[in-house]
Design a protein around this ligand. Structure first.
Ligand SMILES: C[S@@+](CC[C@H](N)C(=O)[O-])C[C@H]1O[C@@H](n2cnc3c(N)ncnc32)[C@H](O)[C@@H]1O
Length: 365
């Protein structure tokens, strides 16, 4: 089944990883957990199989995957290693294969160093089983599991479930909980016994913090205000405003761990168990650079807006009426991000895209 979700994809041509210093920092932060997981793997006679689920263009996980391959070869010198990158069919697979083969501006390719390390790509949704049963040793994923399999309802006066009315919020929450079960059951089927799951998932932490909401300006409130302003200024229609919502939901820590600790849950019964879970914040690297004086206000505003343009623009584009020309849609998006840029420039100190993740480790028994 081809699962085309053009409202979800990151921007292409390698733009995503070029501007995604925050997500890369989150992935690098996973390294100790991932290496520990590799050290705990059960020996099998077949190749060691690793996957990065929702990898986008692969640039943000290149450093981690280099460490994964190195440790795998140290631990199991005779086992070939396969690394499979998965994402939706419309993802930037061309940049992915280039990044992995040639490296990025900041990271070397690991592929050149080994003769028995093999890289593959799968354009299959993580809502399906992607690998044969019990064939995977390490299932890794970062910043991807908040994407839902479908939008459960319209959000009447917001663009994200964090600002939805109670009934709408509940529908998103219920969808996210069902979807998380589906994701885990598929990973559980794929993992070999003794296989490990390591994920950094956007979450709502125990203080109510989530991406872009850590005490100052709220990223999604600002996007909602700007999108509404475009509606008020008759740049977009009422229908387009109502039609726009991120196909995402941020789960709480309890919602994430429940299927892995509740003995009655089908995920627990399938053999997937919680090893550890901890929510942590990775500070917005652009705000840090701005505070340290290595970015001036104009540079900060540009970098800050670019970093979320890379993952927000397909959602805003999808909200626009299909009869609009591509030129018209591009002009509307340019105006949205121009306004966000001005907002940041007016008050640079208030903005930060701090990243709140649950760092989750599981094991298939
Ligand atoms: C924010 S990006 C994260 C990319 C990379 N993992 C990182 O941390 O930098 C989220 C990725 O998840 C992918 N994604 C969303 N829903 C998906 C699905 N159902 N199946 C596979 N990938 C999906 C998106 O296309 C996107 O590339």
């Amino acid at each position: 089944m081809l699962n085309r979700q053009r409202n979800i994809s990151m921007l292409g041509d390698g733009f995503y990883s070029r501007v995604s210093l925050g997500p890369k920092a989150v992935i690098d932060h996973c390294e100790p957990l991932v290496l520990r997981a590799l050290d705990q793997l059960t020996r099998h006679d077949r190749p060691l199989a690793v996957s990065d689920f929702g990898a986008a263009d692969g640039g943000t996980s290149l450093n981690l995957m280099r460490s994964v391959v190195k440790r795998s070869k140290q631990n199991f010198p005779d086992r070939p290693v396969t690394v499979t990158y998965t994402d939706l069919p419309d993802a930037d697979f061309t940049s992915l294969f280039r990044n992995v083969a040639e490296g990025t501006r900041t990271e070397d390719s690991y592929l050149k160093r080994y003769s028995d390390v093999f890289v593959y790509g799968s354009g299959t949704s993580f809502y399906q089983q992607i690998f044969p049963a019990e064939s995977l040793d390490l299932a890794f994923s970062a910043s991807a599991m908040h994407y839902l399999s479908a939008k459960p309802c319209t959000i009447v006066d917001h663009i994200h479930s964090v600002g939805a009315h109670r009934d709408e919020f509940r529908e998103y929450q219920a969808q996210a909980i069902r979807d998380w079960t589906t994701i885990l059951l598929n990973r559980s089927a794929e993992l070999a016994s003794g296989g490990m799951l390591v994920m950094a998932n956007f979450c709502i932490d125990d203080h109510g913090q989530y991406l872009g909401n850590t005490g100052n300006e709220n990223l999604f409130e600002n996007y909602n205000l700007l999108w509404r302003d475009l509606n008020r200024d008759q740049v977009i229609t009422d229908g387009e405003y109502r039609n726009t919502a991120f196909q995402q939901h941020y789960k709480t820590v309890d919602e994430f761990i429940e299927p892995l600790i509740d003995q009655a849950n089908p995920v627990f019964q399938s053999g997937l168990r919680l090893v550890s879970a901890k929510s942590e914040i990775v500070k917005c690297p652009f705000r840090t650079a701005f505070k340290q004086g290595s970015l001036n206000p104009e540079q900060f505003a540009t970098e800050f807006v670019n970093t979320h343009r890379s993952w927000t623009s397909t959602t805003f584009r999808a909200g626009l009426d299909e009869t609009r020309s591509e030129e018209d849609k591009n002009a509307i998006l340019d105006e949205l991000y121009r306004r966000f840029h001005s907002l940041v420039l007016d008050n640079p100190v208030g903005h930060a895209k701090d990243l709140i993740h649950l760092y989750l480790v599981g094991r298939k028994v």
